[in-house]
Design a protein around this ligand. Structure first.
Ligand code: SF4
Ligand code: SF4
Length: 186
């Protein structure tokens, strides 16, 4: 039987190899125990569960994987990597898949989610760690969606859960160099 070829035009093995190269994760170690998915806080909202995503990558289903909502709903909490008996870090894998989707010009189905990711990255770039207040203002300006979640945001602010002033990390010079190297590598 001829090997399955994804509509994007890659053989299953080349997609798997590319994902493994970009993420540094050995996905052939996965034996579908589901420990990642059971512990994942956003799995109930994903269109493809983390363990299934790995299986689909092994099968070369590039288009479905890169067009999935799952890769954008991962919050990089690292729970899956901690629970995995084979040390597969799906948070890192999701980063690689998001990068690949962006490179292929595939946009997230969820409205404005990529803008939130951009605001998040820029916040880290500025201070070395996320500062929620400025990140949210940045996101609101990018999306021009000024009223969604405004009330919960105000409540969190009033309770002191969103600090007004950023807490900057010491190694901001290093952070700057990391961002410069990432930009040059593109
Ligand atoms: S926990 Fe690890 S081995 Fe188990 S399904 Fe998830 S990725 Fe695969
Ligand atoms: S890192 Fe992503 S995939 Fe893994 S448990 Fe957290 S949200 Fe789920």
């Amino acid at each position: 039987m001829l090997p399955h070829r994804d509509p994007i035009g890659q053989s299953p093995h080349s997609f798997l190899r590319e994902v493994e190269k970009r993420s540094g994760e050995n996905l052939n170690l996965c034996y579908q125990c589901l420990k990642c998915t059971v512990g994942c806080p956003t799995a109930p909202y994903m269109d493809i569960r983390p363990n299934s995503l790995i299986r689909m990558i092994q099968m070369g289903r590039k288009k479905e994987v890169l067009e999935s909502s799952a890769i954008w709903l991962c919050v990089s909490c690292e729970t899956c990597g901690t629970r995995c008996p084979n040390q597969i870090d799906i948070g890192v894998l999701m980063d690689a898949l998001r990068e690949m989707a962006v490179d292929e010009g595939i946009h997230a189905k969820e409205k404005n989610i990529h803008l939130l990711h951009e605001a998040f990255i820029q916040s880290i770039r500025r201070g070395g760690r996320v500062h929620e207040a400025t990140m949210l203002i940045d996101y609101k300006l990018r999306s021009k969606d000024f009223f969604t979640d405004l009330l919960p945001g105000i409540k969190l602010f009033m309770k002191g859960k969103i600090p007004l002033l950023p807490s900057l990390v010491k190694g901001r010079g290093e952070m700057k160099r990391i961002f410069e190297r990432c930009t040059k590598a593109k």
